[in-house]
Ligand binder design. Structure first.
Ligand code: ZN
Length: 293
């Protein structure tokens, strides 16, 4: 499936670096309050009211991504309490093992697979339709984990683009084997490690589209546009521009909301500036070029 489908009709440059976000985004404070009320047995805040709050938050955050200029929009996972829990609660074959500390003072209820996994809810479809209805541009729906992905790929139509985000780790342990996965794009977290592992993806040559993290999801300092441009250009050492997607390193949900927004806005500005430099021939493309012969 071509990436050109995501190019906005009014895109100003010939080159097009697709910009997107990984998934999660900071929730509005009032949504946390709404969940507290909903989970409080003494409150009268009911299902319908909580549903309305989640719908409103999804609209708000989808538009916030749009305002930052991001090409492929998501609702920032406003409906999900935590990425793994959300899916494990909806997929049979999982068992919850109690809270595990993940980062700072955040906890999640860790699930394990104890039986063959399966699902019978079409929750992703309604989430997709809701976001698509709110957004004026293309949207995506984040799916967590390889189990889910493995189940989903069986009935994905041809015109759906699949991307897999792989969180920070020793990528040399999964490369080049991951190139066999039935996805169009791999999104990796390399900004946080200052691109030390970039070379992993050049030998053997990377054959998928590359989703490159160009702002750090664990650093509350907003990277200046110049720095993000340098990071984007590192991606061009691995793939040519038509196969490069730029995104934050990971979900931004643990950052203050205004910091997350500024990171996205700077990311978009940096991408558009690199495109203009590519158009004018000012940027050298280091990645191996695919030739016609
Ligand atoms: Zn990640």
């Amino acid at each position: 499936m071509t990436r050109e489908q995501f190019r906005p009709p009014d895109h100003e440059n010939d080159h097009f670096l697709l910009t997107t976000v990984v998934g999660s985004y900071p929730k509005p404070t009032w949504l946390h309050r709404a969940r507290e009320l909903y989970e409080d047995e003494h409150s009268e805040f009911d299902d319908e009211e909580f549903q309305e709050a989640k719908d409103d938050a999804s609209r708000l955050i989808t538009r916030e991504h749009e305002r930052a200029g991001v090409d492929v929009l998501v609702d920032g996972e406003m409906r999900r309490n935590e990425m793994t829990e959300y899916f494990a609660e909806r997929i049979s074959g999982y068992e919850f093992n109690g809270p595990v500390k993940v980062w700072g003072h955040n906890y999640f209820n860790k699930p394990s697979v104890v039986d063959e996994v399966g699902y019978d809810e079409e929750w992703l479809v309604s989430e997709y339709e809701f976001t698509a209805d709110v957004a004026s541009g293309p949207v995506k729906v984040p799916i967590t984990g390889p189990y889910t992905l493995a189940r989903c790929t069986a009935d994905v139509p041809d015109d759906v683009r699949l991307g897999l985000h792989v969180c920070y780790g020793d990528y040399s342990r999964i490369y080049p084997e991951i190139l066999q996965f039935p996805v169009d794009e791999f999104d990796v977290e390399l900004c946080n490690g200052d691109y030390e592992q970039l070379d992993v993806f050049t030998e053997p040559p990377f054959t998928k589209d590359l989703g490159l993290g160009v702002v750090d999801a664990h650093d509350a300092n907003v990277e200046p546009v110049q720095e993000i441009k340098r990071n984007i250009k590192r991606g061009l050492e691995v793939v040519p521009p038509e196969r490069l997607t730029v995104s934050p390193d990971c979900g931004l949900k643990l950052l203050p909301r205004e910091v997350a927004y500024e990171k996205m806005a700077n990311l978009v500005t940096a991408a558009r500036e690199v495109e203009a430099e590519l158009d004018s021939g000012a940027v050298d493309i280091g990645a191996p070029q695919v030739t016609a012969d």
